[in-house]
Design a protein around this ligand. Sequence first.
Ligand SMILES: Nc1ncnc2c1ncn2[C@@H]1O[C@H](COP(=O)(O)OP(=O)(O)OP(=O)(O)O)[C@@H](O)[C@H]1O
Ligand SMILES: [Mg+2]
Length: 572
Amino acid sequence: MPVSALPAQQPADRAALLLGTRRVDRGTHRCLAVHGHVDDMLLAPDGRALRLAELLAVDGAGDGIMTVVASELSGAATLTPPGTPPPADPVALPAASMAELLEQALGRMAGRRSTLLLQGACGAVEQDELLAERLRNLPFDRRLADGAAQVVVSFRDDAPATLQGATGWDTFRVSLPDKAERRSALGYWAQIRAFDPASIDLDDLAATTGGLELDDLRRLVQEHARVEPVTPRRVSEIRGAALARQFRNLLQVDHRPAISFGDVVGGEAVKAAVRQARREGRFTPLALAGPPGVGKTMLGQATAHELGVPIVYADGRLKGGIVGETARNLARFREMLVAYAPVVVFWDEIDLLLGRSTDWNGDSGASNEVRQSILTLLQDAPGLGIFVVASTNNPLSAMQHRVRNRFRIIPVLHPAGDDLLAIARLEAAKHNVTLSADVADLFQDTQDVLWNGRDIERLIESGRSNALRLADPDGRADADVHGRPLTLSAADLRLLVRHLAAARDEAAELNGLEAVFVVDNPYDLPWIARQIEGRSRPPLPPYLAEVMSADGLPDRQRIAARLAAAGVRDAG
Ligand SMILES: Nc1ncnc2c1ncn2[C@@H]1O[C@H](COP(=O)(O)OP(=O)(O)OP(=O)(O)O)[C@@H](O)[C@H]1O
Ligand SMILES: [Mg+2]
């Protein structure tokens, strides 16, 4: 879907939208709850970056509307923009409780064209049931009835549940600024010499600072000369901090993942799909299906590396424990991704959030709403510059048919044949170890063992520490012995391999069979994907060899029988 078809999804011109909402509301609704990034600066129509209160004051001044700003800590005061005459009878009230300020300010403002902005109402409403009740009934207050006065209440993050859907209230969410707004704000600060514009590429900075509030951005450029220069690393640091602030530990981000396609053995179909997506600019969500430890996460990371964009890691933790939490998490998640785009989202174990077994009612009872918002996100993602790469071990038994349909499912399966040695070599190199030639024979002789990449990683790690222990039994040797490159031979690894071979991982085999069963395009089967590249066909892991038909395709009936015998059922 082209980006232009999705205007409502983009956080466009926040100030204009907010002021537009307010104008409409003055006539009909007289109460407006503003939530989200309410403490951020907003880019006013005249090009200045202003706080919410200033923005309202500037906007109202032209129409002769008086703006009063109130908070529990600093009381209430009339706010006039510079260059405008003060009102004849300004409001000035000492610090007091929110309910009291509201009462007194409304008394003073009655009948005058005015706006009352209540700031920091979140905490107050939570602690004061009566205040919540008072706000709910506010639209029916006689003093607002003539339409002259309007009340705007700002809530950091989310508007309280008591106001959602309350009669006479409208809500407006201040989103994160988009690229155009970031660029304009940078232009404004450059113009007022908040920093030296010659020293920073503003287009580049605006393009790489998605997820930041204008406030973060301003701090970044102001610190540029005095504290720390704006470098890609510094930008990543600030973006990471902003993400942590918004999502605590729910999400992680890596701005420059180090793993490339060359670091992943196999996965040809995934690599080809990513290259095609980049060529065509169409990022259909992928689901990497297969057993644990075979490189699904690595392929997600390498995808972001290949595209040169950050990777955001999401998983089942987005599912909250309290009423409405999942829906809230998802709304903010979407907003963050839109701001971060272009970006890869690696959504691990997607079935935890979208799967059959998910107990939606345990959350809010709004099950369908949550599910629908994920499905909508998947549908919109390609047009928003968000490349979803999901992973699942159970594409058949944990994902419903209509959910599977949102993805191109690509199986990532157990390595076999030469791939085993290739992974072992990579792992050895990571640990500064070389492998002697006979290790190849060791893998040749163990074709009946079901290896995954993680097993091979452990094999090399264990082999290495065993060899070090043998070379230096009492651990007294100097650092030189331990720092020296080490060669591992088949003899060093044989015992470990026999140990691994003894266990058969039935669950992992079933994971592999599920993935093969649900694939839409047989050319995405790993061994066929490799043949397309003109390379020789690798041997199959044993459980796949058993279900293969003469034409080289898996026999789906045989797979179905094996899955059924194991009690694995299609989630439908
Ligand atoms: N195809 C591969 N090429 C190179 N190394 C691999 C491969 N597969 C696995 N490994 C090794 O195994 C480790 C685990 O891989 P990874 O985390 O990508 O597996 P996964 O499929 O995401 O597993 P899980 O389902 O448990 O999350 C990697 O860090 C790497 O050391
Ligand atoms: Mg993983």
